[in-house]
Design a binder for this molecule. Sequence first.
Ligand code: SAM
Ligand code: SF4
Length: 351
Amino acid sequence: MTDGKIVVSAPTATGKTATPAPMIDPFGRAVSYLRVSVTDRCDFRCVYCMAEDMTFLPKREVLSLEELDRLCTAFIEKGVRKLRLTGGEPLVRKNIMSLIRSLGRHLDSGALEELTITTNGSQLARYANELYDAGVRRINVSIDTLDVQKFKAVTRWGDLGKVMDGIRAATDAGLQIKVNMVALKGVNEDEIVPMLEWCHEHGHDLTLIETMPLGEIDGDRTDQYLPLSTVRERLSERFTLTDIPYKTGGPARYVTIEETGGRLGFITPMTHNFCESCNRVRVTCTGQLYMCLGQDDMADLRAPLRASEGNELLNGAIDEAIGRKPKGHDFVIDRKRNQPAVARHMSVTGG
Ligand code: SAM
Ligand code: SF4
């Protein structure tokens, strides 16, 4: 297999495709959302995500773009309606746009409702228009601070100016932007209000995320962990927060902020377990299917994918894995057990 450009097939002559029945896990949850980490590599080294001297996977272990396309298509044929490409940094993968354009055919056919990406924004200025042309309408951009120096300190290698250029390009291209901000104690907790105001002024939703104990990092996670229950209490002293049932397919719970007129989401894996409504599974760039971000159990899809050109083995492996999707995670961050809950970094499984 090469990692070259994918030839985009034309939409089916019959127009819209009938929606297949969703995959159902042992707890009756329909699995309709797939997140795919297209690379474990990244041009940033965020302190809560990676160690500075990360070792990345050898390229031969990583699925080619054609294999990723085949894998995503198999899931879509099994009822996945939302697909998010993530990483690592998805936009640093060579020729990534050929995969995104190719997957856009499933939007044209109606099989896929939404194709999105989560990005650090460093390459957005270059790709914003192409993303829109491929059918992407919403993107998540991760920005933990609007302070240039602090941005450098948190991302180690990032340049806030470039990310801001990317955000402008994405807005001009017509992409809806949601900003993801990881709440870090003593680092950006004073910036949640300015970030909220900036996002809402520019028409972006903001989602706050609790740090999760995934993978070894250089620092101590207990120093970084800021419960969002505390953040919400503090925000409530200043703003009027109203819970709303708005959903984007992910785990965030949303409120509206009366004073700014914008939406704020909370992703609270630590303080409020959201597993009961989990509709997602994740595939790594080596084809490992993780049924839960917070558990070690996985199914290898690369071997069945590479074993034959037909999808029989692959479909069987997917069905078998969905049949053992666990009830939930059990993340803990405490001083006594100062170890990651799972050894994989978020950049491997995909955030
Ligand atoms: N590179 C892209 C980005 O930063 O948006 C996509 C991959 S990144 C792993 C996806 C999201 O996971 C980002 O919003 C990032 O802030 C978040 N993240 C990474 N490590 C995390 C951790 N240990 N706990 C909580 N969120 C984390
Ligand atoms: Fe890279 Fe995203 Fe991890 Fe930051 S959070 S190091 S941008 S993968």
